[in-house]
Design a protein around this ligand. Structure first.
Ligand SMILES: [Zn+2]
Ligand SMILES: [Zn+2]
Length: 242
């Protein structure tokens, strides 16, 4: 009886909110991830031969942590991404961020969730924090893509900390910069919002953004959260740029 009711409710949910592909917007049936087979062919899933911290691809060898992460470990414990940045997913992120297609937040958020669930740390967070935009960037774009992704993750056991950290420096976009330039560019760009530190003391935090490139931005945000007392910070994104 209950299972019948549950099946009925989920069928009803699918009728109202059908799962659509992030790439081509076709309806994807059967409760699958929001990416159709054809669009899935255009991307590369994040496989096992990746650094367990920053998700960078290994060229060779069986080490579990890459050279960069072992020589200067980032302030986040682990980064997870659904796929390598490219194909239909990269196009969807561009439409979402720069084309104002806010409805893509739902399927893209679902991919972020699939990413951190595959890493084995699904649900074990106290607070979920989107990477903040500077107020000037927020005004010109009209929304923060990371906030919309967080709202569609569907993690019920964790608090959403949209305003816990703020971007206090309006840094130029990271695009086209080297890893070192990116680190310098985002240094001291974030801080805890005064008075809210106690919300992260002893907390396990999941930091969410759309794309992870060198990890410089995530590293700065994680540093701020760790300094405020967070015990553990993990990062989850839609895609990992290489
Ligand atoms: Zn598709
Ligand atoms: Zn690494």
């Amino acid at each position: 009886m209950w299972s019948l009711l549950r099946r009925g409710a989920s069928a009803l949910g699918e009728a109202f909110f059908p799962t659509v592909c992030v790439g081509c917007r076709q309806v994807v049936l059967g409760g699958a991830l929001p990416i159709c087979d054809a669009c899935d062919e255009t991307i590369e899933r994040i496989g096992a031969s990746r650094c367990s911290i920053c998700a960078r691809r290994f060229v060779a060898g069986a080490a579990v942590v890459c050279g960069t992460c072992s020589s200067s470990p980032p302030t986040f414990a682990r980064g997870s991404a659904y796929c390598v940045h490219g194909g239909a997913v990269a196009a969807a992120i561009a439409r979402f961020k720069y084309g104002g297609e806010e409805s893509l937040a739902r399927p893209l958020g679902r991919l972020v969730r699939a990413a951190f669930e595959a890493c084995g740390h699904g649900g074990a967070f106290d607070v979920v924090v989107p990477v903040p935009l500077h107020i000037r960037r927020l005004r010109s774009r009209g929304f923060n893509q990371a906030v919309l992704l967080v709202r569609h993750l569907g993690i019920k056991s964790a608090k959403i900390g949209v305003s816990l950290i703020e971007r206090v420096r309006d840094t130029p976009p990271q695009t086209g910069l080297s890893a070192r330039e990116r680190r310098v560019n985002v240094a001291r760009a974030f801080r805890m919002r005064p008075g809210l530190e106690k919300q992260v003391v002893g907390a396990r935090v999941l930091l969410v953004d759309d794309v992870l490139t060198t990890g410089a931005t995530a590293n700065e945000c994680a540093r701020v959260l760790r300094n405020a007392g967070a015990t553990d910070v993990c990062v989850a994104v839609v895609s990992r740029a290489e």
